[in-house]
Design a protein around this ligand. Structure first.
Ligand SMILES: [Mg+2]
Length: 371
């Protein structure tokens, strides 16, 4: 089946009923699982004024009836919690899309196009859910024209992975090591400060030490040195690979995708990869010692691809922060952003990755090797 991957509509006032729907706990968690979207309350409504646009949308909907024709294009079914003894009816189908904004040079803001499974749903109306408040973020007003683009499955020779927050569940370990270094000085470092610093490549000591503290520079230096000394032990005690990483990587390999690591982590992380039995799945493992410039500089990604003999346009990079998405774009590779690390769904949405996914477990659904 061949359908256009782009639909254009006009921003319309909604019925004002869907805001509550997106915040129902099981609905919210399914948007996260199915589309990497932790919904901002409410939906953005589009009116399809032209017959051609309505025909495009009918084409998309026909994929609901024949998902086996192309599993990588099938929309995801949103299912309410199972009640024992009752049939589990589909509540809606969810399509991963980008809302195109003509800004930031990216593919657009990730969003979920929702098709409620109700009879007689209007043929000329679309409802979009996103982690960002789309109207405010994209400065949209009723009557504005807006394009949405269906996310395309990626056919890639190679997929490169970040470690911290992507394959290694280590954000809590960073919090422990920072807190342990700060505590003797009467300073508290919050988990939110640590996450933000990791997500944006900023220095978490900058935020933790009050600006008017006369000891500021000496304290920051001392705490950073203490944290560096403590890091190997804290990493070993507090961090682990995310569950199911080995299976996800094996599935990608089975689909013909070559794998590698490009990470700012230090060598202390390697025992975690060895214990999980994933080291041998990677053709290259480049860590902080192997590059001279940190992400978002593309040096690590480009050096890794050069070692693998893969062109950037045949590759993708998976990470958990906007810095990873920026590094991908600067290297000319596709970007896959995953939740569960340092950045939340809204922050990752601002970076405009090619795919926003709940975790590594969903990557094999959207990435295949080249034929
Ligand atoms: Mg990371």
């Amino acid at each position: 089946m061949s359908t256009t991957r782009q639909i254009e509509g006009v921003v319309a006032d909604g019925l004002g009923k869907a805001g509550g729907f997106t915040q129902i706990p099981w609905v919210r968690s399914q948007f996260v699982t199915l589309a990497g979207i932790d919904p901002h309350p409410g939906t953005l409504n589009l009116q399809l004024e032209h017959a051609t646009q309505q025909a495009h949308w009918r084409g998309w909907q026909q994929e609901v009836q024949s998902p086996a024709s192309n599993m990588m294009l099938a929309p995801a079914a949103m299912l309410p919690p199972q009640v024992e003894g009752e049939a589990q009816d589909c509540a809606a189908h969810v399509y991963a899309v980008h809302v195109q904004t003509d800004s930031a040079g990216g593919p657009g803001i990730p969003a979920a196009l929702v098709l409620p499974a109700v009879p007689d749903y209007p043929a000329d109306k679309l409802e979009l859910v996103a982690a960002l408040p789309l109207r405010a973020h994209c400065q949209l007003r009723s009557g504005d024209r807006l394009r949405i683009q269906r996310c395309s499955p990626l056919r890639l020779q190679a997929l490169l992975f970040d470690l911290d927050g992507t394959l290694v569940d280590s954000v809590a370990a960073y919090h422990v090591v920072a807190q342990r270094a700060a505590e003797p000085h009467g300073i508290t470092v919050t988990r939110a400060q640590v996450s933000r610093a990791l997500a944006l490549n900023s220095n978490f000591w900058d935020e933790a030490v009050p600006a008017d503290d006369p000891r500021r520079e000496a304290l920051k230096r001392g705490m950073a040195e203490q944290a560096m000394r403590d890091w190997p032990a804290v990493l070993a005690a507090e961090a682990s690979m995310f569950q199911g990483v080995r299976q996800s990587l094996l599935q990608l390999r089975a689909q013909g995708v070559r794998l590698a690591v490009v990470s700012g982590a230090r060598r202390e992380v390697l025992p975690l990869l060895q214990a999980a039995g994933v080291m041998e799945l990677f053709e290259q493992v480049l860590l902080s010692e192997d590059v001279s410039r940190r992400k978002p500089d593309p040096e690590g990604i480009l050096r890794c691809l050069s070692l693998m003999g893969v062109a950037p346009d045949q590759a993708g990079y998976v990470g958990d922060t906007p810095i990873d998405v920026q590094a991908s774009r600067r290297a000319g590779v596709r970007s896959v952003a995953v939740l569960g690390g340092a950045a939340d769904s809204a922050l990752l949405s601002t970076a405009q990755p090619d795919w926003l996914l709940a975790s590594h477990a969903a990557i094999a659904n959207v990435v295949r090797g080249r034929d």
